[in-house]
Design a protein. Structure first.
Length: 154
């Protein structure tokens, strides 16, 4: 009986006709160790708005959740926080307990909701927007020539 089981399995797996076996496939995705995240690339200076209840700048119209606080850029992607001297990087991982108080004291979902609400105001009334808006200069892409940002009117 013990010898018959492997033979039975072999016939069951490989003894089918080629027509039936032609649509059988095997796919293995095996990842060992940590996979590095895709690079963070910001080609053009994002537009930053300042929701009054947040008190710091939030990027809008970009594919990243990016923030500007005291001249440093912060970004959250897939629940990992990054910091950089300029909006173009270089980006490095920053632990949650090292975030500035404005980011650390609020729930992430609340920050995003306030950003989206302010962006809605901006898009509806762009020509007469009364809030604060700021777009960094090209020198600030890498953090060179940057200064501590004030809330600028656009």
């Amino acid at each position: 009986m013990k010898k018959a089981l492997p033979v039975f399995l072999a016939v069951a797996l490989f003894g089918t006709s080629p027509a039936l076996a032609s649509d059988i496939g095997l796919d293995l995705n095996l990842h060992l160790g940590s996979r590095s995240a895709a690079p963070i690339i910001v080609e053009e200076a994002p537009l930053f708005l300042v929701p009054p209840t947040l008190g710091f700048q939030v990027a809008v119209g970009v594919p990243y959740d990016m923030f500007l606080i005291d001249g440093r850029y912060f970004l959250c992607r897939e629940k990992v926080w990054y910091a950089a001297p300029g909006y173009g990087g270089p980006w490095g991982v920053i632990p949650h307990d090292r975030l500035p108080p404005g980011l650390a004291k609020r729930r992430y979902t609340e920050i995003i909701a306030l950003r989206d609400e302010e962006y809605g105001h901006y898009k509806r009334d762009r020509d007469h927007y009364k809030g604060k808006a700021y777009r960094p200069g090209k020198a600030e892409k890498s953090g060179h020539g940057r200064k501590k940002h004030k809330k600028h009117d656009n």
